[in-house]
Write a protein that binds this ligand. Structure first.
Ligand code: TXA
Ligand code: MG
Length: 326
């Protein structure tokens, strides 16, 4: 993982919000309270910052993240709201509701944060500390729950420190979070669908909409009920992927990794390198944008050079395997 100095802990106040904004602007990681649970924040517009965040959480795969913004106007720069989404935002923001919406044209959030999807999860948190940090930073902040992957969501600063001390830059301590469970997630991509029950009850949402919420269709790769983290379909390019490619056939697109070219790389129709210096954090930040660009090149296959499986390499390979298997 990325080398980080000791994690600082700060009591929530105006100075801590300014401190948090400085750390975020420098590409660092800040844990802060929301009304639901503590989030681990990074600059949503920076691919490298988002990659560092996945690294710190130890996520075995890139789950798409929630972009946190200060108000509806900021959310409208990231996502397209239909009438249902606009009603829910008006009735429940700021608050423990996340909306999954079509990504807006020109959305500045890094591709990695959406794990390559065309949809984006957005929320306006109600907690004063979260709002102060968003106001001080002035840009969207992606924040998954501030726990190591596979652990439960933290509801106080001590839980965050127990999981992430030494892996993140700053923890802003605002005491225990009032709601204690994660936000309710509703997709408005057509008929509204409840993706994750959470801090805002289903009945309140159904009252606001004037009808019932649909339940999600089962995810393609799970047999049982949908668990959090399994909510999203996976990024799938149109072009076939050929993984662990050591040599390139004429006319293939090449997704390279590291300083050494694959055999026959000069025959490739186009080449993009995830990280010429072989850095997995840089590679993660480039993954979805490079895949999209090569997919658009219109070749029959994309040859992908082997990616080491350590650190973020596990998540990169997970995503590449899913994209290749579809
Ligand atoms: O209360 C909360 O929502 C907290 C606080 C910190 O805001 N955050 C949180 O984030 O719970 P996280 O990353 O632990 O959970 C976000 C969930 C994941 O299950 C993810 O799969 C889903 O949201 N998600 C994100 N983007 C999505 C998308 N475009 N489509 C479907 N699901 C999505
Ligand atoms: Mg979580």
């Amino acid at each position: 993982m990325t080398a980080l100095s000791a994690t600082r802990m700060a009591k929530a106040d105006a100075a801590a919000a300014a401190d948090a904004a400085r750390v975020l602007a420098a590409g660092g990681l800040v844990a802060f309270p929301t009304e639901t649970v503590y989030g681990l924040g990074a600059d949503a517009t920076s691919g490298p910052a988002v990659a560092r965040l996945y690294d710190a959480k130890g996520r075995p795969a890139f789950n798409p993240l929630i972009a946190h913004v200060a108000d509806i106007a900021d959310a409208e720069r990231l996502a397209r709201f239909d009438a249902d989404a606009a009603r829910l935002a008006k009735d429940f923001w700021p608050g423990p509701l996340t909306l999954v919406l079509p990504k807006a044209a020109g959305c500045p959030v890094a591709e990695l944060a959406m794990a390559g999807l065309d949809t984006i999860a957005v929320r306006v948190p109600a907690h004063e500390v979260a709002r102060d940090i968003l106001a001080a930073f002035g840009k969207p902040v992606v924040a998954p729950s501030a726990n190591r992957s596979g652990h439960v969501s933290p509801t106080c600063a001590e839980h965050v420190a127990a999981d992430l001390a030494g892996r993140i830059d700053l923890i802003v301590d605002g005491g225990a979070t009032p709601v204690g469970v994660e936000s309710t997630i509703v997709a408005c991509l057509g008929e509204p669908v409840l993706l994750r029950p959470g801090g805002l009850p289903r009945a309140a949402i159904e009252r606001s909409l004037g009808r019932s919420l649909a339940d999600p269709a089962p995810a393609r790769d799970t047999a049982g009920p949908i668990a959090p983290g399994m909510l999203a379909t996976h990024y799938a390019p149109r072009t076939r992927l050929r993984l662990n490619a050591l040599r390139v056939a004429a006319g293939e697109a090449l997704l390279a990794f590291g300083p050494l070219p694959a055999e026959g790389a000069e025959r490739a129709a186009c080449v993009l390198n995830l990280s010429a210096r072989g850095d997995l954090v840089e590679a993660a930040a480039n993954l979805f944008a490079h895949l999209r660009a090569l997919d658009a090149a219109g070749t029959a296959t994309i040859a992908v050079m082997p990616i080491p499986g350590d650190g973020l390499g596990e998540a990169i390979n997970d995503r590449l395997e899913r994209a290749a298997a579809r």
